[in-house]
Design a protein around this ligand. Sequence first.
Ligand code: SF4
Length: 161
Amino acid sequence: MENHSNLEKIEIASLIKNQEKQFVRKLTANKSKVYAINVIRELHEQIDVLAEKTKKKPGVHFDCKAGCSFCCSLRVAATPPEVFLIARQLKQLSIEAQADLMDRLKIHSEAAHSLHTDDFFLPCIFLDKGRCAVYAIRPAMCRKYLGGFKHQVQKEQRDAA
Ligand code: SF4
């Protein structure tokens, strides 16, 4: 997100943080799995709306675009309801596709286990030809990796090399 003032970044981060706090409060009050999935979908929608609104602000430009999967090699955390949501969709895959995914997940998990977040750069198992195979239900963290991080991360990697 080039030409994006620090003030706007702080404002977005604080709005997202507030949304997450509300989400935690709701989940603490009702621990049903279905409710948790519905609440997380609500959070996803709110983050997307916020990102769309921000994109329309004058002088704001997101580097994110279809086909760019740079952030998908960074470490992404998913909450339990987000894992349930993705698992529910994966159940619709064939047995062979599920087995293949489990194999890739195991390899990914072993490789990821030894990496510190700062050194983490492994393509997500849901990347398919550079695109997210679970895009509509991707975790909140994927939605929050706005384009501005791309150059920031690249710079940090260059500096560390
Ligand atoms: S779930 Fe999708 S958007 Fe998130 S890191 Fe994986 S491929 Fe990228």
